[in-house]
Design a protein around this ligand. Structure first.
Ligand SMILES: [Fe+2]
Ligand SMILES: [Fe+2]
Length: 348
């Protein structure tokens, strides 16, 4: 005896009733279209293909960790962990933006560019993992057993950074469908500008070949990401709505507070961190520098971060978008208060 099964919720078939299907409700996630109007992006895409690199093929065999003290190893690993708080969140963040380029039927070349950013960011995350694993002989800085006093204190720092960074993902997921790509770009640009500067400096100063090469390549990638965002801003910002501009101003302030943790020092009113956090981090940075890992000094970090903010201000001024006040860098502008980690569109 056969049992007849009637599938529930099955869409009624219509192909036998008409010659052509009805129009597919839009936006449908996949555009069957490869239109390109922003031709400048084609060059950037081609560069991303040419400049693609494999983190595993960096000269890791030249990197002899046994020449360092454990204080130096744990301190360098801490800095890679600090980078990872930002770099390990970039792949899912850009993957979400990449999906959005399909949902909104962006130009073909825009979809390709966002694909390249997602791919690059995944590379950057891999480098963090490879460096940490080599330095600590353990693949996870949070479950690693520190060997020195500074190692113990830096791991406590790392745990607090991880806790703080864990707070924005839900907010970001809500922000992606809510805001246009144009709004997201301003946050992206900020992260790319800041990281491009930082990585170029690390590349110039680091003495170990593997770090020099890694930072050179990462810095180059970030430069391309910046160019992608700037090109798209040029396309979209002249027709930006006033309400979008207000969101952007707030996002810049939020991005400043968020990214300060890696570009400068974490502002305590925004980050939830223990009192000894900054002292521990400074001590660790001194050990890392002594080992040839060229983390910029306080004043240089401050100067760079200020320069990046002024560059960003220059871009937004062109499009009549208010810049937030950033008194930390001596920049006057619109006062933005009540910024929380939940409001962040984090990118690096
Ligand atoms: Fe990156
Ligand atoms: Fe990037």
């Amino acid at each position: 005896m056969s049992v007849e099964t009637t599938p529930v919720h099955k869409k009624e078939k219509i192909a036998h009733t008409r010659e052509f299907p009805p129009a597919t409700p839009q936006p449908n996630v996949y555009p069957l279209s490869w239109e390109n109007t922003t031709t400048k992006l084609q060059e950037i895409w081609e560069a991303s293909q040419r400049e693609y690199w494999d983190p595993e093929k960096l000269p890791w065999d030249t990197f002899d960790v046994s020449k360092f003290t454990w204080e130096q190893r744990e301190s360098m690993a801490y800095w890679w962990t600090l980078l990872s708080v930002f770099d390990a969140s970039a792949p899912p963040v850009f993957a979400a933006a990449f999906i959005k380029t399909y949902e909104v039927h962006e130009e073909d070349v825009v979809r390709r560019c966002f694909f390249s950013v997602t791919r690059d960011e995944q590379n950057h995350e891999q480098v963090c993992g490879l460096a940490i694993t080599k330095l600590l002989e353990h693949p996870d800085p949070l479950t690693y057993e520190p060997k020195t006093d500074i190692g113990i204190r830096l791991q406590k720092n790392a745990k607090w950074l991880y806790y703080n960074g864990g707070r924005y993902w839900d907010g970001f997921k809500q922000a992606v469908p809510k805001y246009s790509l144009a709004v997201l770009f301003s946050s992206f640009l900020m992260g790319e500008m800041a990281s491009a500067t930082l990585f170029h400096q690390l590349a110039a100063g680091c003495t170990d070949l593997v770090f020099k090469e890694a930072f050179t390549k990462i810095g180059k990638d970030e430069g391309r990401h910046m160019a992608i965002v700037l090109t798209l801003m040029e396309r979209d910002y002249p027709k930006l709505a006033q309400e979008d501009k207000e969101v952007i101003t707030k996002q810049i302030r939020a991005g400043y507070l968020f990214l300060s943790a890696v570009l400068f020092e974490p502002p305590m009113e925004f980050w939830d961190l223990p009192e000894d956090f900054i002292a521990n981090q400074r001590e660790g940075e001194a050990y890392a520098r002594e080992a040839g890992f060229a983390i910029p000094e306080y004043e240089i970090k401050k100067e760079n971060w200020k320069k990046a903010m002024l560059n960003l201000k220059g871009v937004l001024d062109k499009y009549d978008t208010d810049f937030p006040a950033i008194p930390e860098c001596g920049i006057t502008g619109k006062e933005i208060s009540d910024v929380d980690l939940d409001d962040i569109i984090p990118v690096f």
